[in-house]
Design a protein. Sequence first.
Length: 148
Amino acid sequence: MEIEVFNETNEKLDTEIKELKELLENICRDEKLDNVVFNVIIIDNAKIKEINRTYRGIDRETDVISFALEDDKTFNFEDVRILGDIYISIDKARSQSEEYGHSFKRELSFLAVHGLLHLLGYDHMTKEDEEVMFKKQEEVLSRYDIKR
């Protein structure tokens, strides 16, 4: 398993990044995902807006965007699953933690788990898919006592 968390902002996030990486490693171990590789990249609103506009055609900020390499069947390796990249807006994580009345750690963890589930093929395009994905992310967060 290889999980990297990169901070591409000017904020000092050493503790948050260490805790987030540990959480994701524990989740992957518990889910028997010992052969995965993926990145989490922490960016600001300006950068995520640019990514959202370029790759999704939506000209606004968002909180998390995942690029799942397994969706592209040209990346098929037998021994390792190269899942892709998760981009998280630090600005959105901070504002949403205040808006929803929970900790910054909870919001950052939620966004990372949400992004990871997208990398694993979960989606919320239909009501049924949304119910499955949201149940899974709450189950995972609860397992690590990361609650609202």
